[in-house]
Design a protein around this ligand. Structure first.
Ligand code: CP
Length: 308
């Protein structure tokens, strides 16, 4: 197979295993490119991409922008805070106005779940979901699973623990779908209040004791507590959350085995993970960010191939 089965990247839910394998193979090539002295290829000189961000972002926004520049695409950047959205313009009007400037692809981050799916039905451009509320963050899951494959040689058969605020996490849902497609075993761990009621229906194991989860896993992906999505308190205090669900050096040393530590960022140091763990040799947090550029180059390249 040399083409994706989809015309948009709206979520991992819509991908096949072969799509992920194609993205990984393509990312392998681009990772080699971005480690050369000349880190750029002329492949997408005829493509224009709009990065439309209605929510804050550091890693995803910069990573997409760099991926597009490495592929020689023309790009425009839109941040809702400085736009006519503040004057009441709708999402469709905003995007259609941007597309009338001859834009081929939209990378969209939006606080509302399904924003990309809605847009893909109403505008003529390839849509890449860069995070839609608490729904999906497909490129994060792709770079996470790619990083596991790089570190452990394969994803199939590995035990992956996702810890923390599962309820509000688009990273968790996309990771669950991607890990299962690739044949990993998935367990989620967190306070009961931050575990969605339907979670077991997704075929994942559930644990509320972090030590037990860590004893089971090969990889622990520590998620951020998403205070910005909480209207009420889901645990007594941040200190108690850190005591029960925070990963620290003592817990790791007690395991008697080496596990791989991941975090999608941004990190709340001292809450879900202590600095000595985040910055340790077991952590692949910065490798995840590095791999994000190659993964996003692969996604953009493969989607652009379908509109050329
Ligand atoms: N991991 C992630 O999505 O980070 P940003 O919000 O900084 O893009």
């Amino acid at each position: 197979m040399s083409a994706l089965s989809v015309d948009h990247l709206l979520g991992i839910k819509y991908l096949k295993k072969t799509d992920i394998e194609l993205i990984f193979d393509t990312a392998d090539h681009f990772k080699e490119v971005i480690n050369r002295s000349i880190k750029k290829v002329p492949t997408l000189r005829d493509i224009t991409i709009a990065n439309i961000f209605f929510e804050n972002s550091t890693r995803t926004k910069l990573s997409f922008e760099l991926a597009e520049k490495r592929l020689s695409a023309d790009i425009i950047n839109f941040s809702a805070g400085q736009s006519s959205v503040k004057k009441g313009e709708t999402l469709i009007d905003t995007v259609n106005n941007i597309l009338s400037m001859k834009v081929d692809m939209v990378v969209l981050r939006h606080p509302n779940p399904g924003a990309g799916i809605f847009l893909a039905k109403h505008v003529k451009a390839a849509i890449v979901n860069a995070g839609d509320g608490a729904h999906e963050h497909p490129t994060q899951a792709l770079l996470d699973t790619y990083s596991i494959r790089e570190k452990l040689g394969k994803v199939t058969g590995k035990n992956v623990l996702i810890v923390g605020d599962i309820l509000h996490s688009r990273v968790a849902l996309s990771n669950i779908f991607a890990l299962q497609l690739l044949g990993a075993n998935v367990m989620v761990c967190g306070p009961k209040t931050l575990l969605p009621k339907y979670i077991e229906a997704l075929g994942v194991a559930v644990e509320t004791n972090l030590k037990k989860g860590l004893e089971w896993c090969d990889v622990a992906n520590m998620l951020r507590v998403q205070n910005e999505r909480m209207e009420v308190s889901y645990f007594p205090t941040t200190r108690e959350y850190a005591q029960q669900f925070g990963l620290n050096k003592r817990l790791l040393q007690e395991l008697g085995k080496e596990i791989v530590i991941m975090h999608p960022g941004p990190i709340n140091r001292g809450v879900e993970i202590t600095s000595d763990v985040a910055d340790s040799g077991q952590s692949i947090i910065l490798e995840q960010v590095e791999n994000g550029v190659a993964i996003r180059m692969a996604v953009i390249y493969l989607l652009a191939s379908k509109i050329k």
